[in-house]
Design a protein around this ligand. Structure first.
Ligand code: 5GP
Ligand code: ZN
Length: 302
């Protein structure tokens, strides 16, 4: 897969994105953020009558919950942990000395109680578990957060810190699957309205290593993950949304149960906000003024 170097260069030249010196870490201009706000407003509009509970979590979560989630079994290569200096004056002197000499100063860092959020829905399940039994109809949530994945890349669509807007369903199997179907249809309508070329394809998560290969295959076989892909910067289309059915994976970990004691199932759908913004920039123009009027209207009502 060769990535198109010119899209990133053009985005930086136009100052839509601002470089940090680190691949995959960018500042965003007001114009770029206005696209994100437009996509957010569409996500709000299409689900206005769903009776969704809104929560917003910071981009870090409790390390103990992260450990329980099993993320390190599946995606150790992507996680970002938060460490901090917890030493005394002597340790401080050593730290400054090491930094000044350009030496490795990580030895003095200790783990904190925080881990960066790898997907917007991760902080939600511990909350749902702690809130007790789930009523018959299940629960639906709307969340949005910055998320971290350690995968530096020159592809502007592969960032290390990016936002996911998610809708999460906690219910029985039928409720979760019909929720996912509904969102696949909504996603198609949204991308059509935004005049973006797209496809919906079976997909898998980037499970690590040799055992990961089996997990990838089984996830595809069972139809647990679909993605909405759009050509962005790569020659291969990029996943801009995902539609996930977790079965009772998270429910087992955080003991999500209905009032009758039955275990719940979960599923989530995610908008990759930066990726959709990049798709719009790539397909319509880097100058937002030149976008088709119906696309502008869908995003900003004007
Ligand atoms: P998933 O949890 O399915 O891997 O990710 C959910 C969505 O987040 C993806 O469909 C995609 O739109 C977005 N996403 C995943 N990885 C990246 C990334 O590296 N950079 C950006 N900007 N978005 C990503
Ligand atoms: Zn999710």
């Amino acid at each position: 897969m060769t990535s198109d170097p010119t899209l990133l260069e053009r985005l930086l030249a136009k100052r839509l994105l601002v470089p940090s010196g680190v691949d995959g870490l960018y500042g965003r201009s007001g114009a770029f953020e206005s696209i994100i706000a437009g996509i957010d407003s569409i996500a709000t509009r299409v689900s206005a009558n769903d009776g969704t509970e809104w929560y917003r979590f910071p981009p870090a979560m409790a390390r103990v919950e992260f450990e329980r989630s099993g993320y390190m079994k599946s995606f150790p290569q992507l996680a970002g942990t938060v460490h901090a200096f917890c030493g005394d004056d002597h340790g401080h002197g050593l730290l400054i000395d090491q930094i000044e000499k350009g030496e490795d100063w990580s030895g003095g860092q200790e783990k904190t109680d925080l881990v960066l959020v790898p997907a917007a829905c991760y902080p939600l399940y511990p909350m749902v578990g702690a809130q007790g039994p789930i009523r018959d109809g299940g629960r639906s949530f709307d969340i949005q957060s910055y998320t971290f994945r350690h995968e530096p890349s020159k592809d502007p669509a592969r960032m290390q810190l990016f936002r996911m807007r998610e809708n999460v369903r906690v219910g029985n199997q039928e409720q979760v699957l019909s929720f996912r179907e509904m969102w696949i249809e909504r996603a198609k309508a949204i991308m059509t309205e935004l005049q973006l070329p797209f496809d919906i394809v079976p997909a898998n998560d980037p499970f690590f290593g040799r055992t990961g290969r089996l997990l990838k295959a089984s996830q595809r076989e069972q139809g647990l993950k679909y993605e909405l892909v759009i050509p962005v910067a790569n020659t291969a289309p990029t996943a801009c949304m995902s539609f996930n059915y977790h079965q009772d994976h998270f429910s087992q970990i955080w003991d999500l149960r209905f009032e009758n004691g039955e275990r719940a199932h979960t599923g989530c759908i995610g908008f990759g906000l930066e990726r959709i913004a990049l798709a719009l920039l790539r397909h319509h123009d880097l100058d937002l003024e030149r976008w088709p009027a119906p696309v502008r209207k869908a995003l900003w009502g004007q």
